[in-house]
Design a protein around this ligand. Sequence first.
Ligand code: C5P
Length: 240
Amino acid sequence: MKGSLLYEGKAKRVYHTADESDQLVLSYKDDATAFNGKKKDEFAGKGRLNNLITSKVFQYLHQHNITTHFIKALNDTEQLVRRTDIIPLEVVVRNQAAGSITRRLGIEEKTSFTPPIIELFYKKDELNDPLINDVHAYHLTDITEQELTFIKQQALDINIELQKLFRSAGLTLVDFKLEFGRLKDGTIVLSDEISPDTCRLWDKETGEKMDKDVFRESTGDLIDTYTKILHRLEESVCAK
Ligand code: C5P
């Protein structure tokens, strides 16, 4: 199934398929990084958890008419996806204040945002993924104004569906990051992953942080936390 290595990122390896088709194999790694790679560790089993969680979330999004690059999980740590050229933008949706926005703008954690705030970051490690505006995005990437409008609307639609999914799993979706890619015909689809690495998820009752912040802030056990997220999603009526 798997062919040669195309690209290695911080959390995944991307392989060609053996038949060199327009499909790729994503292999989830056990590595965890934070603060643009300044904090690093390895957690046995993390790749499996993020592969299985992302697979569940993408299947759920398909059921709700959101098109993504995801085709199917191949095994515990690998998934088959449609080949896209990733647009170098990180599209962050925030329902409540946490993380970088609290530091950057002095907004108190937990402040609610209605409507949700969408932020764009330029995906460029050497520059520490800076916050950019729409006009920067037109200069730095090949997207048009119309395509950016589509991406933002998709991000809001995905937010509504994900909030329902996570609520049914007893979790509040605080914020998350999306990446979009272009298929061969130019169509833009949701790509990359949606997992506790890329979302902030707080227990609905206790407010406990159940995402990568346990690693960023050294406040809990990453594998225990991600295992709970997977189990809660498996039990959720939304993800059947
Ligand atoms: O760090 P910040 O508060 O801007 O992150 C917002 C959301 O985007 C969080 O859910 C975080 O996990 C996610 N994120 C990500 N990859 C990055 C930066 C942020 O998944 N490179």
